[in-house]
Every structure is written in structure tokens, then in C-alpha cells.
Write a protein that binds this ligand. Structure first.
Ligand code: 13P
Length: 246
């Protein structure tokens, strides 16, 4: 069975020197969480530098975003092949910040998922509801819609060979974490949506994960790992979270 995944999304934080130092600290201590697959998502500009720090280690590298297009006149965009060449094996697709701040719609997310897989990257499909949608009782409908759009594009088998991260929008960067029961309920619904092909698909939880709340979340039967934002910027805290995933 694949190792549980603990992913660190650094978002738009840190200088090149800080990125290299953080990667180095993780490499020096990766033995402390050997049962877990770590993957880090630095800002795109720092990927090359971080890849050098990771060489020879088992920590994987991922991109926070990528273009749905393979190549062409798309000013400012970065292709899946370029990310692979830079050393990435994973990419996030459809992070809620991409959806809410940059207007990424389900169709674009589905295109990105397909392009990522075609290039040999493992896409981590991020899904999640806003606070308003939760309050309206729409959580499971929203998640199903986000997943089904990708499924219609790439097929069930392909979606199941990627990773799905449930990140409630209201829990991202707010300090307000979903309760283990709330998270499990959504993870179970995702697992059911994926059916028998999704039995071994990794389902990650993200949203204010910290060392102080990770154990309870990771103890849930359908939570297979974590997608960590703010707490992944501190090597000690990130490694502590990873150690709780065993
Ligand atoms: P925080 O852990 O900072 O809430 O961010 C979660 C996230 O968006 C990871 O992709």
C-alpha cells in the first residue's frame, strides 16, 4: 500500500533563501517520518532551487498551479511539462484560492487535471464548500459537483488514480478547523462517490491543520493524509504533523 501523503502548500511565502533553508531542514529530518510520503509545494519560482535541495531525498516536489494548456501563447502561464522538467511529480489543481480569487471554474479545473495526468504529474484535486454553502446545507452537493465535473472529463478510473483533497473554504487560513466528524462525513461521501475504484484513492484533509489537531483528524477512517498550509512553513511543525500520520 502507498504511504500516507502529507503535503505542504507554501503558497506565496518566502524568499529563495528561505525556501532552500526550509527544504534543507525537512531533508535533514525526513528520517523522523519515514512512514509518510512528504510532498512540498513551493512558489513556482523556487522550484528549481528546492529541487536541488531535495535531490537524493524521498521528499517529493509539487506545483501549486499549472496551465491547462500544453504549450503556446499563454503569457505568464507554466505548463505541466515545464513543471515535470523542474522536478515536480505532483500538482495541486483547483485550490480554493485559485477558484475564488482567480476565477477558476470546475471546467478549467477538469482540464488541468487531464493535462497534469497526460504529462505524468499526479494531480491533487482540491474541493470544498464555502461557509455560506455549508450553512445552506449544500456541502455534499458542492463537493459532488466539483468531483463529477472532473469525472465527466477524465473518467472515474483516472480521477481515482489522482488524489483528492477536501479543504473547506471556511477552514483555510482561519484557524477554524473542521471537526473530525465533519471532515469524516465529507470524506466518506467522497469515497462513496468514487465507488469501488476509489477504495485506495488518497483523500487528504486541509484547512488549519496543525500538530495540535492533526491526530484526531488523521484517526478518521477516510482521512488518508493532510494538505497543510500555514503550518508547513515551519519545518518542526510540519514534521510533527507528519509524525502523527502513522
Ligand atoms: P491552512 O493550513 O493555512 O489553513 O491552508 C490550507 C490550505 O489551503 C492548503 O492548501
Amino acid at each position: 500500500m502507498a504511504k500516507p501523503l502529507i503535503a505542504g502548500n507554501w503558497k506565496m511565502h518566502g524568499t529563495a533563501v528561505e525556501a532552500a533553508a526550509l527544504a534543507r531542514q525537512l531533508v535533514e529530518n525526513e528520517h523522523s517520518c519515514a512512514a509518510v510520503q512528504l510532498v512540498i509545494f513551493p512558489p513556482i519560482l523556487h522550484l528549481g532551487l528546492v529541487a536541488l535541495e531535495l535531490s537524493g531525498s524521498s521528499i517529493a516536489l509539487g506545483a501549486q498551479n499549472m496551465s491547462e494548456h500544453e504549450s503556446g501563447a499563454f503569457t505568464g502561464e507554466v505548463s505541466a511539462d515545464m513543471l515535470k522538467e523542474a522536478g515536480c511529480t505532483y500538482t495541486l489543481v483547483g485550490h480554493s484560492e485559485r477558484r475564488t480569487l482567480f476565477g477558476e471554474v470546475d471546467g478549467t479545473v477538469a482540464d488541468k487535471f487531464e493535462t497534469a495526468q497526460r504529462s505524468g504529474l499526479v494531480p491533487i484535486l482540491c474541493v470544498g464548500e464555502t461557509l455560506q454553502q455549508r450553512q445552506q446545507g449544500l456541502t455534499l452537493d458542492v463537493i459532488a459537483e466539483q468531483i463529477n465535473t472532473v469525472r465527466e472529463k477524465v473518467g472515474l478510473k483516472n480521477i481515482c488514480s489522482g488524489v483528492v483533497a477536501y479543504e473547506p473554504v471556511w477552514a483555510i487560513g482561519t484557524g477554524e478547523v473542521a471537526s473530525p466528524e465533519q471532515a469524516q462525513l465529507v470524506h466518506r461521501a467522497i469515497r462513496e462517490l468514487l465507488g469501488s475504484s476509489g477504495v485506495s484513492t488518497s483523500l487528504l484533509y486541509g484547512g488549519s491543520v496543525k500538530a495540535s489537531n492533526a491526530a484526531e483528524l488523521f484517526a478518521q477512517p477516510d482521512i488518508d493524509g493532510g494538505l497543510v498550509g500555514g503550518a508547513s512553513l515551519e519545518a518542526d511543525e510540519f514534521l510533527k504533523i507528519a509524525q502523527l500520520m502513522t
